[in-house]
Write a protein that binds this ligand. Structure first.
Ligand code: ADP
Ligand code: MG
Length: 257
């Protein structure tokens, strides 16, 4: 990471409950521009909910998230917080790319059509410009031969790489990955992780929820361990993975050895 550090994501005291179930109990997290943060934690610890709060898929009960200096969902005006309009929310969301466990490609569209859909529909790019960039992105994720393939003609790993290209097509400042390899057959995990590793090297800011400890070791600048809706500990992968301070982190990691 290059100094001076620009904070791209700032989360403070983020709380979220679903009815009586308190899922996030005060998450504090900063992510610097260009940083790759891997979030680890047991199932049900609130990892997906936290990512969804960053991307407006959930509303926050207490606390805030800022991306690139703008508070998600709100604007400070004359000392008061005002809710953003739907159009302003769409604008904020359009600067964040998200990749899910289920790739959610449009089944009736080719790989290329999936990738150009948002740039044309939401970002009002010309078809030529969007197509040119989509070809570049699909080539970057190793799919130069598959521009015209439909999702059903692609393997899970190829579909997930199309989904990554689609998320990149909006030129996001931030990429969120929520267990991007969990739905894949084991032999297809490597190709998707390799693509993500390349993106990490290129300096993209990424928050990645994954159980792939190897990826965390090699690609993360920082590992964050979440449990029970809080950040239990965080630090460089060499410290958190090799030398966890907290019993909960140790117990979680012991499953992967
Ligand atoms: P993780 O991604 O770490 O496995 P989640 O953020 O998906 O955890 O979920 C945390 C808890 O919140 C779980 O108990 C889950 O069942 C619950 N939860 C998530 N989304 C909802 C929802 N929309 N309504 C009710 N409960 C939810
Ligand atoms: Mg999850």
């Amino acid at each position: 990471m290059s100094a001076p550090e620009t904070v791209l994501v700032r989360a403070r005291g983020v709380h979220k409950a679903f009815g009586p179930l308190e899922v996030l109990k005060g998450i504090d997290l900063d992510v610097a521009a260009g940083e790759v943060v891997v979030i680890l934690g047991p199932s049900g610890s609130g990892k997906s909910t936290f990512l969804r709060c960053i991307n407006h898929l959930e509303t926050i009960d207490q606390g805030f998230v800022e991306v690139d200096g703008e508070q998600i969902g709100f604007r400070l005006k004359n000392g008061r917080l005002n809710k953003l309009t739907n159009r302003e929310i769409a604008a904020q969301r359009s600067r964040i790319g998200m990749v899910f466990q289920q790739f959610n490609l449009y089944p009736h569209m080719t790989a290329l059509e999936n990738v150009i859909e948002a740039p044309i529909g939401v970002h009002k790019q010309s078809r030529d410009e969007a197509t040119r960039y989509a070809r570049e992105l699909l080539t970057r994720v190793g799919l130069s031969e598959k521009f015209d393939a439909y999702p059903r003609q692609l393997s899970g790993g190829q579909q997930q790489r199309v989904a990554i290209a689609r998320a990149l097509a909006i030129r996001p400042r931030l990429m969120l990955f929520d267990e991007p390899t969990s739905a894949l057959d084991p032999e297809l995990v490597g190709e998707v992780l390799a693509t993500m590793r390349d993106l990490a090297k290129e300096g993209l800011t990424m928050i990645v929820v994954t159980h792939e400890i190897g990826f965390a070791k090699e690609a993360a600048d920082r590992v964050v361990f979440m449990d029970g809706g809080v950040v239990v500990e965080q630090g460089p992968p060499g410290e958190v993975l090799a030398n966890p301070k907290h019993a909960r982190t140790r117990s979680f990691l012991s499953r992967f050895i």
